[in-house]
Design a protein around this ligand. Structure first.
Ligand code: MRU
Length: 331
C-alpha cells in the first residue's frame, strides 16, 4: 500500500471497509513492510512488539482488531475475550483501553444482527476523531509557540503514532521555518528511526540528537522549545511519556524554555489521580542490552509543575492544574 505522494504525512493504519493493514514500524526506516491484521490476537501481538505504536494509534488499531474479531465470530463472547486480549497488550497508554472499551460499549448496545457492523463503524469513528484532533492540536500549538523555530522532540509523536499528521510533531511542523532536533530515544530509537524517517519524507530540516546531548544544547540557548507527546495524563496533570521525557522537562525548566505536551483528550485519564498511579510498562531487558542484565522501563512520569502547557484538540491548559485538566476532559 505505498503512498502516492511521499511529501504527505504517512497513513500507517489503513482500513478499506473490510481489511486492516498497518505499516510495520519495527522495520523502518530500512523497509516499508505492510502487515494484514485479522483479529484480536494478531493485533495485540503487533501492538506488543511495537509494529503498531504510539498512544492514539494503538487505540485505533485495537478498535479495528476487535471489530475484525467479532466480524469473524459474531457474539458477545468473542467481544469480551478479544477486548481482554487487546487491553492487556500494553499497560501505559490509556488510549488502548479507552478505544477497546468504546467498541465494547457500542457492541453491547447493538442488536446481535448489527454487532459486527456497529463495532466496525465505531473503530472508523475513533480513527476519524483522532485525525481531526491531530489537526486541531497543530493549530493550537502553533499559536502557543509563535516565534519558536528550533524545536526539540522525543520519541515519535508524528503520523506513525497518532491520527493525521501527529500531535507533538504536527505542532512542530506547523511552525514557520522550523528545524527539528529529534532525540534518538533509547533503546528502540523511535526518534532516530521513525521521527527522522517522517521528517526526511516531508523535507523538513532536522538533526538527530543523542538523548544525553539535549540538556547541553538547551543550556547553550540552541533550543527554543521542547514539544513531546503523551501516553497518559493523570487527573492532576502529571504526564506519562516515553522514557527520557522527564529529563528533557528538567533541562527545559533549568534553561527557561517552554516544555509543551501535546495529545488528544483520549489520552487524559481522570480515573488515575496522579502520575505515581500510572503503570509503567517494563519491557524485556534484552531491548537494552543482549549482554548484561538490564532494566527497561518504557515510560517515565513528568510532574505537571514542569509542563508549561498541555495542548489538546479542545484547547490548551497552562498552567496544568487539576481544574484545567478536568475542563479539557469534560464530556
Ligand atoms: O513505546 P511507544 O513507541 O509506543 O511510545 C510512544 C510514545 O511515548 C509517544 O510519545 C506517545 O505515545 C505519544 S504519541 C502521540
Amino acid at each position: 500500500v505505498p503512498d502516492a505522494d511521499p511529501r504527505r504525512a504517512v497513513a500507517p493504519i489503513r482500513w478499506d471497509g473490510r481489511r486492516l493493514r498497518v505499516l510495520d514500524q519495527t522495520r523502518l526506516p530500512d523497509a516499508e513492510t505492510w502487515l494484514e491484521l485479522t483479529g484480536a490476537d494478531d493485533t495485540a501481538a503487533a501492538i506488543r512488539r511495537l509494529a503498531v505504536r504510539g498512544a492514539p494509534n494503538i487505540g485505533i488499531a485495537a478498535a479495528y482488531g476487535l471489530a475484525l474479531e467479532v466480524t469473524a465470530q459474531p457474539g458477545l463472547g468473542a467481544l469480551e475475550r478479544g477486548a481482554e486480549t487487546l487491553r492487556a497488550a500494553r499497560p501505559t497508554a490509556v488510549n488502548l483501553a479507552w478505544a477497546v472499551d468504546r467498541v465494547v460499549a457500542a457492541g453491547l448496545a447493538a442488536s446481535p444482527a448489527t454487532l459486527a457492523s456497529t463495532c466496525r463503524a465505531t473503530a472508523q469513528q475513533i480513527q476519524a476523531e483522532e485525525d481531526a484532533a491531530a489537526a486541531a492540536i497543530a493549530g493550537h500549538g502553533r499559536e502557543l509557540l509563535d516565534g519558536a523555530r528550533r524545536v526539540l522532540t522525543h520519541c515519535n509523536a508524528g503520523a506513525l503514532a497518532c491520527g493525521g499528521a501527529g500531535t507533538a510533531l504536527a505542532v512542530a511542523l506547523a511552525l514557520p521555518d522550523v528545524e527539528v532536533l529529534a532525540c534518538e530515544t533509547r533503546p528502540l530509537l523511535q526518534g532516530a528511526r521513525l521521527t527522522a524517517w517522517e521528517l526526511d519524507r516531508l523535507g523538513v530540516p532536522f538533526h538527530v540528537l543523542a538523548d544525553g546531548a539535549a540538556a547541553g544544547l538547551m543550556r547553550r540557548g540552541e533550543v527554543d522549545a521542547v514539544v513531546v507527546g503523551c501516553d497518559r495524563v493523570a487527573a492532576n496533570g502529571d504526564v506519562a511519556n516515553k522514557v527520557g521525557t522527564y529529563a528533557h522537562a528538567l533541562a527545559a525548566r533549568a534553561a527557561g524554555i517552554p516544555f509543551v505536551v501535546a495529545g488528544p483528550t483520549s489520552t487524559i485519564d481522570l480515573a488515575t489521580p496522579a502520575g505515581d498511579d500510572i503503570v509503567i510498562e517494563e519491557r524485556d531487558g534484552r531491548e537494552v542490552s543482549e549482554r548484561w542484565p538490564a532494566r527497561n522501563p518504557a515510560f517515565d512520569i513528568t510532574p505537571a509543575g514542569l509542563v508549561t502547557a498541555l495542548v489538546t484538540e479542545r484547547g490548551t491548559a497552562s498552567p496544568v492544574t487539576p481544574d484545567a485538566v478536568a475542563a479539557l476532559a469534560a464530556p
